[in-house]
Design a protein around this ligand. Structure first.
Ligand code: 5GP
Ligand code: ZN
Length: 138
């Protein structure tokens, strides 16, 4: 547990939350400021700051929880769709430095637009960037 982490305090029961899932190493609760009602946060109980700090062997359990909680959120809210999102680092909008997945129930015509898209200047630019990423993967 990280002493000054609000999500660690929620998991430890020191701060109240609208808990919806508590199994094994995973905890989920409703976001206090939902994009749509039912917006949930799925977190590992152990404190890890970002996606890159999460241990690989937690992946199976986390994916299972995302599916279980995601289905339940859709069912309870009558949603016809679901966005799964994760902000990593402050430039990507991460405000709480305890890795978490957002599950956002979506309804036909709810008007939410998650991001705007742009074009590459050329196919060459896109291919060059793909090569750079392949090189970084190694
Ligand atoms: P981030 O921007 O880090 O990806 O998302 C953090 C999320 O945590 C935000 O959507 C915010 O509304 C939510 N949040 C922050 N503090 C609390 C809290 O004390 N309780 C709950 N339930 N959600 C919180
Ligand atoms: Zn934490």
């Amino acid at each position: 547990m990280s002493q000054d982490c609000i999500f660690c305090k929620i998991i430890a029961g020191q701060i109240p939350s609208a808990k919806i899932y508590d199994r094994g190493g995973v905890y989920a609760f409703l976001d206090i400021a939902p994009v749509n009602k039912g917006h949930a946060l799925v977190v590992s109980k152990a404190h890890h700051a970002t996606l890159f700090d999460l241990p690989d062997d937690l992946g199976r359990e986390l994916l299972g929880a995302l599916k279980t909680v995601g289905r339940a959120v859709m069912s309870a809210t009558g949603a016809s769709g679901l966005n799964v999102g994760m902000n990593n680092f402050e430039s990507a909008g991460q405000l709480v430095h305890h890795a978490h997945f957002h599950l956002i129930p979506r309804h036909e015509g709810d008007g939410l637009r998650l991001w705007t898209q742009h074009a590459y200047e050329s196919v060459e630019e896109m291919q060059k960037l793909a090569q750079a990423v392949r090189s970084a993967i190694g």
